[in-house]
Design a protein around this ligand. Structure first.
Ligand code: UDX
Ligand code: UDX
Ligand code: ADP
Length: 465
């Protein structure tokens, strides 16, 4: 079996950065080079001040500090890194298409294709190419076709190695992975490549957690795992709406059903809606694939998970509007949290974007505070919706750095991300500063109902009447 000593990863983002940092950390005998065409991003990865790394992940900066410059390198010299490596990970972004065939559903593979063409152009020796981005099934085949037809006698073996890390816990998820999935061709060279990649993970994970499959199974498992997880959130969120109409309490229901070992306790937290770069994109992909094979019922079944999620976001916003007497024009509404979950600065598909947009449609004066998300990111998210002009977005919504002072004369606060620090705020002081009646809309079930009501708040918690 080929022993891997040099790895290159194309794409220094939320997936490539943490994954390669952990591989470098656990495999001192392997030189890992992460490359990206974005010079700013690479500069940020190379920054002296480790608090300025381009992504925030608990535990990441410590690992980067330990390995960077030793066996972990960040560079824009893409061609050189490809040429030197025996194994190349493709970790570039695969957003949902915003144009043409499959618009709004299919994954845009243009970045992946560019990578494949580049690998074909540069490679002079045999390579194992690992698809690490979330990709629709049959992408490995597409990459294989490009490489086989443009390389000059060089043998490329393609593997699918989907990532299962969740943001905010990426380092822990990588170090203590439930499983690693490696899909490859069922040929002798395919088996050898799968074993070479397995050997890397075996440096820190037990062998039985490393699963080898064919490429189809590996690619599809990734979509299905995320679809099942998202489906649990949509399922519990659908019941949260029913709880609000009855005396049932969603937390009691989650607990009661989670005790059934066939169901299990995880991913049963009702919320304002799931976000993140994967859930929606992967389900849309699954829907697209099912439809393209003529499986309409299958497509409709999974699409409902997205429809329920959209409903949860708009339901939350509408509840705020109706509670505030159906008129929020000019009212000061504070949003605590913009990230799609705590402990990340990622905002892709965050429910906060849609809640803010709905409130702005009603001309509310929205003020956002998030401990990790930058002002420019928040405006980019809003501008991307193209609901109104960038100027209007900046007029209707402001971004604050101090979470306490903005509550003066506010009509309402909505909690959209479950950041721990929100629990420790001086809520009595906040109450004193707000206009009365003072409303708190808790989209993350973060605070204690009794405490908030005792302070005097008009307190709404998603999933409770
Ligand atoms: C997910 C998968 O968990 C991971 O395995 C995959 O590789 C990438 O997609 P991520 O999107 O980073 O990871 O976060 P995750 O923890 O899964 O949360 C996704 C969204 O669901 C968040 O908005 C979160 O707040 C929401 N969620 C999660 C709930 O609303 N309730 C829950 O019980 C769990
Ligand atoms: C079910 C619940 O399990 C039980 O807790 C409840 O009190 C009554 O309803 P039951 O209907 O007896 O029990 O059987 P169960 O084992 O849940 O199976 C229900 C159906 O699902 C069966 O037809 C079974 O063959 C099918 N099934 C179950 C599958 O097709 N695949 C599975 O993975 C599990
Ligand atoms: P993910 O969550 O999938 O990691 P990101 O957007 O965080 O997505 O990161 C993907 C990275 O891939 C970006 O930094 C982008 O600049 C980089 N990238 C995209 N195309 C190429 C390419 N052809 N060569 C090198 N890097 C690329």
């Amino acid at each position: 079996m080929q022993k891997i000593t040099k790895i290159c990863c194309i794409g220094a983002g939320y997936v490539g950065g943490p994954t390669m940092s952990v591989i470098a950390n656990k495999c001192p005998h392997i030189q890992v080079t992460v490359v990206d065409i974005n010079q700013d991003r690479i500069d940020q990865w190379n920054t002296e001040d480790l608090d300025q790394l381009p992504i925030y992940e608990p535990g990441l900066k410590e690992i980067v500090a330990e390995n960077r410059g030793k066996n972990l390198f960040f560079s824009t010299e893409v061609d050189r890194a490809i040429d030197e490596a025996q194994m190349i990970f493709i970790s570039v972004n695969t957003p949902t298409k915003t144009y043409g065939k499959g618009k709004g559903q299919a994954a845009d593979l243009k970045f992946v294709e560019l990578c494949a063409r580049n690998i074909a152009k540069v490679s002079k020796t045999d390579k194992i190419v690992v698809e690490k981005s979330t990709l629709p099934v049959r992408t490995a085949q597409a990459i294989q076709n490009i490489l086989d037809n443009t390389g000059d006698g060089v043998h490329f073996e393609i593997l699918s190695n989907p990532e299962f890390l969740a943001e905010g816990t990426a380092i822990d998820d990588l170090i203590n992975a439930d499983r690693v999935l490696i899909g490859g061709n069922e040929t002798p060279s395919g088996q050898a490549a799968k074993d070479a990649l397995s050997a890397i993970y075996e440096n820190w994970l037990p062998k039985e957690r490393i699963l080898q499959t064919n490429i189809w199974s590996s690619e599809l498992s990734k979509l299905v795992a995320n679809a099942f997880l998202a489906q649990r959130v949509s399922s519990i969120n659908s019941i949260s709406a029913l709880c609000e109409k009855t005396d049932a309490n969603i937390q009691e229901i989650s607990r009661a059903i989670g005790f059934d070992s066939r169901i299990g306790p995880k991913f049963l937290n009702a919320s304002v809606g799931f976000g993140g770069s994967c859930f929606q994109k992967d389900i849309l992909n699954l829907v697209y694939i099912a439809r393209s094979f003529g499986l309409q019922e299958v497509a409709d079944y999974w699409e409902q998970v997205i429809i329920m999620n959209d409903y949860q976001k708009s339901r939350f916003a509408e509840h705020i509007i109706s509670t505030l007497y159906n008129t929020i024009s000019g009212k000061k509404i504070i949003l605590y949290g913009w990230a799609f979950k705590k402990d990340t600065n990622d905002t892709r598909e965050s429910a906060a974007i849609h809640v803010a947009n709905a409130l702005m449609e009603e001309h509310a004066e929205v003020i956002v505070y998030d401990p990790k998300v930058t002002e420019s990111r928040i405006y980019q998210d809003l501008d991307y919706l193209e609901t109104r002009s960038p100027e209007e977005n900046r007029r209707l919504l402001t971004v604050a750095k101090n979470p306490m002072e903005i509550t003066t004369d506010a009509h309402a606060i909505a909690i959209l991300t479950e950041w721990d620090e929100f629990k420790d705020y001086h809520w009595e002081k906040i109450y004193a500063q707000m206009l009365k009646p003072a409303f708190v809309f808790d989209g993350r079930r973060l605070l204690e109902t009794d405490t908030m009501k005792a302070i005097g708040f008009n307190y709404y918690k998603i999933g409770q009447s």
